[in-house]
Design a protein around this ligand. Structure first.
Ligand code: SF4
Length: 239
């Protein structure tokens, strides 16, 4: 089934896409959402065909045995594509670890991937409180899906102590202003590792503004407030 994968490209070596690991990052074409700050805006159209054959990814990973820890499926939204299951299995069978970036729009697909034991680490974006999701991602009914995926991930993590994850919130000047509430909701749902990150200008759609007067101070204050929530691990990433 991997021949149906729509892949937009690959970063052959990355030390930032899975903190602490050296990986190749594969970018899946297409995402059902349309966030105003999406830094991979150019690859979210689901109708655009893939340009990277899966065989090339496999060939690269064969050459990188001993050099890379694994692969990260990023996007776009990789869980949109049913063939991800077979692709992740093939990479695992080669002896690599598999990481996943997801915003959680497909809770059932995420559940299947986790239950199949194919994913070793997840970086999950939680973007807003459930009611504010449509304002951030531009689609209705998005909040329930993302927060359901969060619960699936955290339940899985609780049952699998070796599994690792990071919950990520991207802050930006024109957000609904619910960042602290989002962080609190994630903590109350059981998240131990939380990353607060600033949206970047690079790659974002036209019209998006990553900066505003007073934004750096606002972001610092937000980081301090979130620190007080007492996550076991808090990461703050500035643009
Ligand atoms: S969910 Fe992620 S890939 Fe999709 S539009 Fe939003 S930021 Fe971009």
């Amino acid at each position: 089934m991997t021949d149906t994968l729509q892949l937009a490209g690959i970063q052959p070596m990355s030390s930032v896409d899975w903190p602490g690991k050296l990986v190749a990052t594969v970018f899946a074409q297409g995402c059902p959402w349309a966030c105003g700050y999406c830094h991979n805006h150019a690859i979210i159209d689901c109708q655009t065909p893939g340009i990277l054959p899966w065989e090339e990814v496999v060939a690269l990973m064969k050459r990188r045995h001993g050099l890379l820890d694994g692969i990260v499926f990023s996007g776009g939204e990789a869980t949109r594509q049913p063939a991800l299951l077979d692709a992740a299995r093939e990479i695992k069978d080669m002896g690599f670890e598999v990481g996943l970036h997801t915003a959680g729009p497909y809770p059932r697909a995420l559940q299947h991937l986790l239950d199949a034991g194919l994913i070793d680490w997840v970086g999950m974006d939680i973007k807003a409180t459930p009611n504010n999701y449509p304002a951030v991602v531009g689609r209705p009914n998005s909040g329930e899906k993302a927060w359901k995926s969060l619960q699936i991930l955290l339940d899985y993590a609780q049952r699998h102590p070796d599994f690792d994850y990071e919950i990520r919130l991207t802050a930006f000047p024109s957000s609904p202003g619910d960042e602290l509430e989002v962080a609190r909701g994630c903590r109350d749902a059981g998240a131990k590792t939380f990353a607060l990150q600033q949206a970047r200008q690079l790659g974002a759609p036209e019209g998006f503004e990553a900066q505003a007067i007073g934004w750096e101070d606002q972001f610092d204050a937000l980081a301090r407030d979130i620190k007080n929530l007492g996550f076991e691990r808090l990461i703050v990433r500035r643009a």
